[in-house]
Design a protein around this ligand. Sequence first.
Ligand SMILES: [Zn+2]
Length: 479
Amino acid sequence: MTAFAEIKVYNTLSRSLETFKPLYGNRVFMFVCGPTVYDYSHLGHARVFVFYDTLARFLRKMGYSLFYIVNITDVDDKIVNRAREEGKHPLELAREFETYYYEDMKSLNVTSVNLYARASDYLQEIFDQIEVLLRKNHAYVTETGVYFDIMTFPDYGKLSGQKPEDLRVHRIEPDPTKRNPGDFALWRNRPREEFGWESPWGYGRPGWHIEDTAITLKHFGKQYDIHGGAIELAFPHHEAEIAQAESYTGVKPFVKYWIHVGLLTVNGEKMSKSLGNFITIREALRKYNANVIRIFLLSRHYRSPLDFRWELMDQAKSSFERIENSYRNLLEMAELEEVTENEEKLLSDVAILKEKFFSSLRDDLNTANALAQFFELVRMVNSYVDSVGTITAKGKSQIASTFLELADVLGLRLESQVDISLLKTLVSILIDVRSILRERKEFDLADEIRSRLRDLGIELQDTPQGTKWRIKSPYRLSQ
Ligand SMILES: [Zn+2]
């Protein structure tokens, strides 16, 4: 890989496209706000985690050494409330949904995370940070907890473009003991019968924002490269993280690039638990495989809103089938000994498209354009198969690896060449057996073969030239 071709990313902090340059050489530290584990994740969450997984794959592909952390919020009022309803311990409920979350991520081929960090494992760091913030007079203790005084941090509002004076009166977490309505909690005292910890300031639970800085200050130090999450977290969550970390360390900026993902909407409204308009990842996976869901989620630029519609999932499904079929057509092409001019032209066109694919991603992770280049590659290969139809083994494997390379950056899984050749052999055996059965007029058994194959996603078509077959839904085969 050519070392570090220029990558542009949109930084919410500067509200502009910036050239990506990590703080420490080729090392990149990235943190993304993970799930609050009190329920199943939905497609809105999937959009966020699929995007950063793609960003992570891309940065590694570009030669960066990436350390990627996602936190697991396992301490939260929502968890405590649901656990009470279900008669469980909050951490028991949290572990259950944490497991479901990992299952969902695995199903979606989200594999790039180095560390999932649970908030409850960082109590000591949380205590230390609160203590320092108190000592530096950025925080104060009341009878209800410990709060950050936002008036002590003049940069408060810099991420979301708001003034501290306006935010001072902006009411969050209403509590009569706070100095300013906009102050946020670092620690909240809770009744002893509730789940919590002893702290120097009383029995209770940490605030949400301090959980994230506890994790990143521990693993990444005072500064790191990328903080991600859904755009709606920019205020107050990320704003509060900046206030805590920069007040704690005295070093700015805490995070160099703030990269936020736009909303997944349904009829223009945010997909959310509270609106009840959500589709869980599990539910979506019952209808579509991970490749289809990823193509749908990556089909718009990450900063634009993406409106969910089942038709768009169907479109994504046929898009993925086009890629799979083209890949299969390529692998099935008859092989030549000598390179022809046609093949040379194809190989150079493929190289150009591959470069365009990566330059789309270097342009603020434009996955929509990258996908368009991939489909252009599919069209080109299909038309070559139709018009020329032969290629050398070397040319074939070169193009096949381009398919696999592009697919891998987007987190799509194409079947490997080995699987395909084995599959071809098995299907042709079954087709032969079926024709023998038909000759013997054993139509029931012949139909049985056809219908069992169809259940697997393989369709047989009888033509005057013999029986042809194609894969309708390739993913099911690999399960
Ligand atoms: Zn967070």
